[in-house]
Design a protein around this ligand. Structure first.
Ligand SMILES: Cc1cc2nc3c(=O)[nH]c(=O)nc-3n(C[C@H](O)[C@H](O)[C@H](O)COP(=O)(O)OP(=O)(O)OC[C@H]3O[C@@H](n4cnc5c(N)ncnc54)[C@H](O)[C@@H]3O)c2cc1C
Length: 469
């Protein structure tokens, strides 16, 4: 989601680089494809470090082999190689997993980042598994189409979609995974499957497909007409105490309950500074957003002049940092409203304000996400929860890691103590003990186990929180 504070924290913004499609070296080192659509990189190969480095520098892993794939046959060959050599497989696209689930130690990594072909036929969009969000925006917006998705330009579209995918447009149209109409996937034994012949596969990939039982090679989506402009309002409150931040948080929940569905809002507490952002895109919503802004801004230290940029320029603002960065981020839970937090939010905010590099962000969901028809056809389960929290912590050196991870763990305990136990699969944390229930709920998890047995009975593909057979 919009990383306003993150950009300030790291002091860099890759918007222009990403807009030109010039990704930094850590994302794509040059590699010559072998015959068969795959290049196997060993730790001694010069290109290996570029593919072994995730977005999160806290993650230290050393795969035995990285299979850099160019096409579906290359992916199938990589799976057969892993079977022949008895290696476990992790799947990597954009490399942004908070816990490094797309890499492993001593196993094989199937890297799909070069599989970035995009096509638009009418309103139907298809994307290779390596497409990043900036590439999708760059491709679709000039053609007048939009796929509702997240904001950060270097996040992988497949990692985002397979766990849900929310952003500035989800309240009007639904999650990215709700727009998924088909997938192709190489399963744990190297066989190619297409959801045209398998409804369960499409259901699972709408929110339950990240690294669990196959390597998605291509995704097909329905798209929406791209709005012309994305206006925004932004305000800041500085030098907050925990009590004052909690009061403002309650006010934010009250006001955002009145947001029109084309609008989105983020509450971002970065240390003792609170930023509130509101975006919208339907011109008819301007008056209502103005009323909400005025009610929210009472007592603010600054209220930025409202901006009203063309969509293609506005999305660049939220592309975020190049990375890689040292960080520990995690879901801070789903909420129905402020009452879910009331019992402990002041203590949580005290930890954020007194801690180092800490950010607590809450984003609006709800609207079209909460649609029973979508619920029946997708593994994403948290539709009735109109807010999502994210705990973030950033630092600069390896020597700071232990201390900062302990800070995050302490806040996670505070949240658990007030009963926050449902979490977003795309914001994972190894500290979630009952992770299967937190991400999926019992019924959906059982459905995903059925898929695991059907697509990957040997448990070849997986990570620390992948679905167990
Ligand atoms: C800076 C930042 C900004 C973010 N912004 C948003 C946002 O706005 N909205 C939002 O919803 N989320 C957001 N996220 C969370 C993001 O959706 C997840 O981190 C997502 O899983 C990243 O996907 P990836 O392909 O970049 O990462 P990877 O690390 O490559 O993959 C993530 C997971 O998906 C699996 N996976 C990836 N590709 C495939 C594939 N082709 N087949 C099967 N499994 C696959 C991996 O095995 C891994 O388990 C953000 C994360 C970061 C770090």
């Amino acid at each position: 989601m919009p990383r306003l504070t993150r950009r300030r924290f790291v002091g860099v913004c890759s918007a222009h680089v990403a807009a030109l499609g010039l990704y930094p070296g850590w994302v794509r080192a040059a590699v010559q494809p072998d015959a068969g659509g795959v290049t196997f990189l060993m730790p001694s190969d010069g290109a290996y470090p570029g593919y072994a480095t995730p977005f999160n520098m806290r993650i230290k892993t050393r795969p035995a082999v990285i299979a850099v794939c160019r096409d579906e046959q290359g992916v199938a060959s990589a799976v057969r190689y892993a079977v022949d050599h008895g290696l476990r497989i992790a799947v990597k696209s954009g490399g942004h997993s908070f816990e490094g689930f797309s890499l492993n130690d001593d196993g094989l990594v199937v890297d799909v980042s070069l599989m970035d072909r995009q096509r638009l036929e009418g309103e139907a969009y298809s994307a290779g598994a390596g497409v990043r969000l900036a590439q999708a925006y760059d491709f679709l917006l000039p053609r007048g189409r939009l796929l509702p998705m997240g904001s950060c330009g270097s996040v992988g579209l497949s990692g985002l979609t397979l766990g849900g995918g929310y952003g500035l447009f989800a309240r009007r149209w639904g999650l990215t995974c709700d727009h998924l109409t088909g997938v192709r996937m190489v399963d744990g034994r190297g066989a190619v499957r297409d959801s045209c012949d398998d409804g369960a596969l499409l259901w699972a990939c709408r929110g339950g497909g990240n690294g669990n039982f196959g390597i998605v090679t291509e995704m097909r989506f329905e798209t929406r007409p791209a709005p012309e402009r994305l206006p925004r309002q932004r305000m800041r409150f500085r030098s907050l105490t925990a009590g004052r931040a909690a009061q403002l948080c309650e006010r934010w929940f009250t006001q955002t309950a009145r947001l029109p569905d084309d609008a989105f809002s983020a509450f971002v507490l970065n240390g003792s500074t609170l930023t509130v952002l509101i975006t919208w895109f339907d011109p008819g919503s301007a008056a209502q957003v103005q009323r909400i802004t005025e009610a929210m801004a009472h007592g603010a230290d600054s209220v930025a002049d409202p901006a009203n940029e063309p969509l293609a320029r506005a999305v660049l603002r939220y592309y975020g940092a190049d990375g890689p960065l040292h960080f520990k981020n995690a879901s801070a839970g789903y909420y129905r409203g402020f009452d879910d937090l009331r019992g402990g939010i002041e203590g949580v905010f005290r930890s954020v304000i007194d801690g180092r590099g800490m950010v607590f962000q809450i984003n609006t969901l709800g609207g079209a996400i909460d649609d029973p028809a979508k619920a029946a056809s997708a593994a994403y389960v948290h539709r009735g929860q109109p807010y999502l929290g994210e705990l973030q912590c950033y630092w600069e050196r390896d020597s700071q890691t232990e201390d900062r991870v302990a800070q995050v763990a302490a806040v996670q305990r505070q949240l658990r103590d007030i009963g926050i136990d449902r979490h977003y699969r795309n914001y994972p944390s190894l500290f979630f003990e009952d992770w299967a229930n937190a991400y999926y709920g019992d019924d959906t998890y059982r459905g995903l186990q059925w898929c695991k047995n059907a697509y990957d009975p040997d448990d070849r593909i997986g990570h620390a929180q992948s679905v167990r057979a």
